[in-house]
Design a protein around this ligand. Structure first.
Ligand SMILES: NC(=O)N[C@@H](CC(=O)O)C(=O)O
Ligand SMILES: [Zn+2]
Ligand SMILES: [Zn+2]
Length: 352
């Protein structure tokens, strides 16, 4: 049994940090673990222009705890809307700190109201992205109310993404937070420009977690947790050593009251223990040796960025997750609140 593991410092290729009074609380968890993170632009209002991304980036950098200053780099994204101009893509490519453009089908998930209503409307923008090599990051779910919630990802891939890739075969695409074996097969079958991120929670839980002993809103996220057979397919993909599949936590903090509500919002918070949760999933699959590729090497390869040079150490040292963490004037309930986690990221430099 392995009791310790040294890894190249990992990166998170899909993260929500929010803004305002909660930003510092959100950033601290991620900066402790990851060297870089692709920061989602679904703020209110959304980050649609390069100047807004620059300002948001500066707020994030300013919010990194002093002890970790300079050790965390936010990688910014723009939020695609029906009104995004192709010229904005050129500006994004030139600025050097925008690494992707996010497609939210309008209404698909948290803060997606300003998203795209019809891919045909953004075709010139997508053509510019293909020409300039700027990745499209996709929340891949249809919003058609006639489609069952559990089928929305598979239907999106077939109905929308497949035709788009046929039309724009050189477009670089990350299918974010994949949740089904259909998505695994889709990404495998697509060309080398198509990759996917996988969350820790989709590797560890099936949809049963939402209903065990009653309705458990802290296990509600989008795309929603799926059947066990899908979790198994995701775990097989993540641990396969295929560079198309890499780490993206989709850690999505919400205040406790917004989750524990008659109409609770979607999003699970995992940044407090992200790499430990992935280690748990990989260990169960007997694949701890493949964690470094998934967490630290394949993401930079896709995004054309250098692999980090520092390392981190994971030890088998159980710890208890607090019942909640501060979140601005509120609090948030992390995954595994009040429960135990077997692995622990170790503080060697005295700063974690
Ligand atoms: N994953 C989620 O359930 N929620 C995310 C949005 C998203 O990534 O779809 C959020 O911003 O809260
Ligand atoms: Zn999403
Ligand atoms: Zn997300």
């Amino acid at each position: 049994m392995t009791d310790a593991l040294e890894l190249v410092r990992p990166d998170d290729w899909h993260l929500h940090l929010r803004d305002g009074v909660v930003l510092a609380d959100a950033v601290a968890h991620t900066a402790r673990q990851f060297a870089r993170a692709i920061v989602m632009p679904n703020l209110k209002p959304p980050v649609t222009r390069v100047e807004e991304a620059a300002a948001y980036r500066a707020r994030i950098v300013a919010a990194v705890p002093t002890a970790l200053a300079g050790r965390f780099t936010p990688l910014m994204t723009l939020y695609l809307t029906d009104a995004t101009a192709p010229e904005e893509i050129a500006r994004a490519r030139d600025c050097g700190f925008v690494h992707g453009v996010k497609l939210y089908p309008a209404g698909a998930t948290t803060n997606s109201q300003s998203g795209v209503t019809d891919l045909a409307r953004v075709l010139p923008v997508l053509e510019a992205m293909q020409a300039l090599g700027l990745p499209l990051l996709v929340h891949g779910e249809v919003t058609d109310p006639g489609v069952d919630v559990f089928d929305r990802e598979a239907v999106f891939l077939e109905r929308h993404l497949a035709p788009l890739l046929e039309r724009l075969p050189d477009l670089r695409v990350v299918v974010e937070h994949i949740t089904t074996r259909d998505a695994v097969a889709f990404v495998r079958a697509a060309g080398p420009k198509v990759a996917a991120t996988i969350t820790a929670h989709h590797l560890l839980y099936s949809r049963n977690a939402m209903f065990t002993g009653g309705i458990c809103p802290h296990y509600y996220c989008l795309p929603v947790l799926k059947r066990e057979l899908h979790r198994e397919a995701l775990l097989a993909a993540a641990t396969s050593g295929e560079a198309k599949f890499f780490l993206g936590t989709d850690s999505a903090p919400h205040p406790r009251g917004a989750k524990e509500s008659a109409c609770g919002c979607a999003g699970m918070f995992t940044a407090h223990a992200a790499i430990e949760l992935y280690a748990e999933a990989f260990e169960r699959a007997g694949a701890l040796a493949r964690l470094e590729g998934f967490a630290s090497r394949f993401g930079p390869r896709f995004y054309d960025l250098p692999v980090n040079t520092e390392t981190v150490r994971l030890e088998r040292a159980a710890w208890d997750v607090p019942a909640s963490y501060p979140f601005g004037r509120d609090e948030l309930v992390p995954l595994r609140a009040g429960e135990r986690i077997a692995w622990r990221l170790v503080d060697r430099a005295g700063i974690l």
